[in-house]
Design a binder for this molecule. Sequence first.
Ligand code: GDP
Length: 196
Amino acid sequence: MALKFEKTAYLRSAASAGDFLRDSLPQIAFAGRSNVGKSSVINTLAGRKNLAYVGASPGKTSQINYFTVDGKAYLVDLPGYGYAKVSKAERERWGLLMESYLHDEAGLITLGVLIVDARHRPSADDVTMHTWFRETGCREIVVANKADKLKPRETDAAMALIRETLGMAPDEVLLPFSAEKGTGRGQLAVLLDESC
Ligand code: GDP
């Protein structure tokens, strides 16, 4: 089965733990460096152009956005990281929000989706995010976005570099993806459904 994404809608934003959703539906949490294409991946999954706001301003780093999928699961759009121009205060707010979501006593997250750039070695922040997802004890899927920018003969080496840098075990999933071309969309929808 695959999540069908027949009816995906923005639900709410949370700036602190009091606003987190706490019902029994699975929560699929997306994280990634700013500009990696996290909004584009969510839009591609949903088959919608502007569901997750593409090109969000650097000031919007401190909220979590929730979307419902077919009344069956939530997509949880975690605030991006790695903006060059955020204040120390904003970085701290980001850290607190991530920590309170990922370490919530109720165990809110069901599945982590880490989005990295297919063309580059994952950054130190990507490695940290990967570690945080692992620490939740949930399954994680790594999505290598912008794979359309790689030549076919470059793909294997690029995926190996990502696996090596993140210290991924062979059975952990790394999916080459292109939000622009839709590559990997069907596979990701199946992987997400398995978590629900
Ligand atoms: P976010 O900050 O992570 O939410 O990133 P966005 O979704 O706003 O995308 C950042 C930029 O990358 C935009 O200019 C997108 O058009 C571009 N982009 C996103 N996904 C892809 C992709 O798969 N391939 C290519 N070539 N560009 C992409």
